[in-house]
Design a protein around this ligand. Structure first.
Ligand code: FDM
Ligand code: MG
Length: 176
């Protein structure tokens, strides 16, 4: 799955916002991004309980990094996502500025500019995002097959552990 999930009513508003067809305060849109995850949380838990693995493009980590990059308080940004299902592994694919900007469609949406991306990059380094979760930085500038192999290898021990302990409880994000 993918966040934002632009297909729900909340996701529709987010989509309009990203395409600059709707103006919202930074705080309001932050809460909408979080609500867009919460509206999927039950389905995520049900899928996991029935043995389905979920691969997800973006999650609360983007939520915090992007809003904190706009100047909102970091801890305030984390609070609405606290308690969401916590991923077993996070793969942060990083590329440098020039590679990112050269990719097709870059510049179409809100946030797709060098200044914002530089600020977001800084926020993604914050330990408050990474501590307590299984975070891995992945060089995203390489060949897609190479990236695939690296992530596959890193996922394998998680998958095996899961197979051995099907009943383990689902962890909650940023809850001690
Ligand atoms: N984004 C994404 C946020 O600002 N907060 C969030 O919680 C999430 C999930 O929305 F610029 C930003 C990140 C990106 C945009 O674009 C979504 P993609 O291309 O669909 O990932
Ligand atoms: Mg994008």
């Amino acid at each position: 799955m993918c966040f934002p999930n632009r297909k729900t009513p909340i996701g529709n508003a987010i989509d309009l916002y990203l395409r600059r067809q709707l103006e919202l305060s930074d705080e309001a849109v932050h809460r909408l991004f979080s609500a867009n995850r919460w509206e999927m949380a039950q389905a995520i838990v049900e899928d996991l309980r029935s043995g389905t693995t979920i691969v997800c493009d973006r999650y609360a980590f983007s939520g915090v990094a992007y809003s904190a990059a706009k100047g909102l308080d970091f801890t305030w940004c984390q609070s609405p996502d606290r308690g969401l299902p916590c991923p077993d592994g996070i793969f942060f694919l990083h590329i440098d500025e020039k590679v990112g900007a050269s990719r097709s469609n870059f510049g179409d949406e809100r946030y797709e500019n060098a200044q914002m991306q530089a600020r977001v990059r800084t926020q993604f380094k914050d330990r408050r995002l990474r501590d307590s979760v299984n975070w891995r930085d992945v060089d995203g500038a390489r060949d897609i097959e190479e990236i695939h192999a690296e992530i596959r290898n890193a996922v394998e021990p998680i998958r095996l552990e899961d197979q051995e302990n099907r009943q383990r409880p689902i962890k909650r994000l940023w809850v001690s």
